[in-house]
Design a protein around this ligand. Sequence first.
Ligand code: CA
Length: 240
Amino acid sequence: MEQKKTVLIVEDEKNIVDILRFNLQRDGYATLEAYNGEDGLSKALDENPDLILLDVMLPKMNGFDVCQSIRKQGCSVPVIILTAREEETDKILGLEIGADDYITKPFSMRELIARVGANIRRTAMAAPAAMAGSLLAVTDDLSIDTDARQVFRDGHPVELTTREYELLSFLAVHPNKVYSRADLMEQVWNYGYVGDDARAVDVTVRRLREKIETDPANPQYILTRRGAGYYFSTRDAVLT
Ligand code: CA
C-alpha cells in the first residue's frame, strides 16, 4: 500500500487547524500540526512533510520568516501560504521568499484540497521522459541532474525551490519554444485555469534568473518574448 502523504499545518487558529485536519485526513493525508512559527519551522525540518500549509500571522515567528528559514536550510518541500488578506503584496512576497503557492482566507476547502494535491503531484512527478540519461547538459555551464533534481551552474549546485526547478527543467527540455504564462500555469503549475495567478510565473522567472543567470537583467537562458511568453534559449548560450 502506498504510504500516506503528510501535510504539516502551521496555523495558530485552532478551529482552522481542526477543519483542515478533518478534510485532509478524509482525503487520505496524514497531518502534523504546529501552532506557532518556531514549532512549525522545527517540524518542517525534522518531520520531513510532503507539503506545508503555512499561515502568515503566527506567534513567535511569522510565516514569511518560517518559509525563508526552510529554504535557507536547503529544504525544497512545497509550501502553500495561507494569506489572510486579498493583498497582492502578501502574495508576491510569499512567492519571492520561496513559497510555491498561496491561497487566500477565507478559502474554499475544495480549492485548498485541489491545490494540495496539485503541489504534491508536481513534486512527485518524474522528470520529463524524453531524456535518455539523468544528466541533461543544457549548455556548457548549465546542467540538470533529473534523477537528483539538482541544477548545476559551472559545476556548482544551485539551490532551487521545487517550482523553480520544475519551470527550468520544463523550459530546458523544450528549448527555444515560447510558452505563454497560461501555458506555463497549466504545464508547470498543473492548474487548469488562470487568473491573476499568472503573476506567479513572472515572479518565479525572476527568481530563477537571479539564481542561474550571470546578469539577471540581461538573461541568456530564460528569455522573454514580448507579448508572447518565455522560452529557454540555447542559441544565445552558444554565442556567448
Ligand atoms: Ca494566524
